[in-house]
Design a protein around this ligand. Structure first.
Ligand code: G3P
Ligand code: MG
Length: 240
């Protein structure tokens, strides 16, 4: 098989606050080949990296991300909630992460809000060396992206048992990969994806037993919060 890919989910989010530069740097240090990050849009149209629509869980701010301008979002502390040693860690822009990661790692940009798509595409033009995979649960949006940027690698996220429908959409938009919730993966899914030439990257896999099962089924990689341990387990299973 080709290289089994370890994608650091929101960076190495078991070691550092998710979706921060600290988490992305920890992912590289742990040996992950790729990083996954989530993108929303600031009020003034800048793609910013965090998971939730709102600020409460992972910053000291309150309210919807889209109501704040970039310079306001950049004042926030996105690290203290995780641990005092990360106090002052800022909420990165997508541009910050691409600048750092473009020559280091594969980058999976998960677009959380359709309104961010155009700004993301515009930004990608500034990073021609970056190895990008764009994914979304919004399959209609992926179809639109396929038309706007036919060369862009796309991944279709799946969190429902109706994966055959998602697979059809993936084929229709020329996606490279299916990203199913890990408990949805089955041999039937793997075979169907193989037939269509799609890679399969399940999320989120932190359990060694599950990793071993997914490897046996032929997964092409996994998203994990703990890339160092997952890499070591995959190596021990002889897959890397
Ligand atoms: O891209 C895989 C995974 O990140 C999807 O779910 O909620 O963690 O963004 P979520
Ligand atoms: Mg995500």
């Amino acid at each position: 098989m080709d290289t089994f890919l370890i994608w650091a989910h929101r960076g190495a989010s078991s070691l550092a606050p998710e979706n921060t530069m600290a988490a992305f740097k920890a992912a590289e240090a742990a040996g992950a080949q790729g990083l996954e990050l989530d993108v929303h849009l600031s009020r003034d149209g800048v793609p910013v990296v965090l998971h939730d629509e709102t600020l409460e869980r992972t910053t000291d701010g309150r309210g919807a991300v889209k109501r704040f301008r970039l310079r306001e979002l950049q004042q926030l502390d996105a690290g203290s909630w995780y641990g005092p040693e990360f106090a002052g860690e800022s909420l990165p822009t997508l541009s910050d992460v691409l600048s750092w990661a473009e020559d280091r790692m594969l980058i999976n940009i998960e677009i959380k809000t359709a309104s961010a798509a155009t700004a993301v595409l515009e930004l990608l033009a500034d990073f021609p060396r970056a190895r990008i995979l764009v994914s979304s649960f919004n399959h209609r949006l992926l179809g639109k992206l396929a038309q706007l940027a036919p060369e862009l690698a796309l991944g279709v996220l799946v969190d429902s048992p109706f994966w055959r429908l998602a697979l059809k959409r993936a084929v229709r938009c020329g996606a490279r990969s299916l990203h199913p919730r890990q408990d949805l993966v089955s041999r039937a899914m793997m075979q169907a994806c193989r037939r269509q030439g799609l890679a399969v990257y399940p999320w989120t896999v932190d359990d060694p037993g599950r990793l071993s099962t997914l490897l046996r089924m032929g997964a092409d990689g996994v998203f994990t919060n703990d890339p160092g341990s997952t890499l070591a387990e995959a190596e021990a299973l002889g897959e890397i």
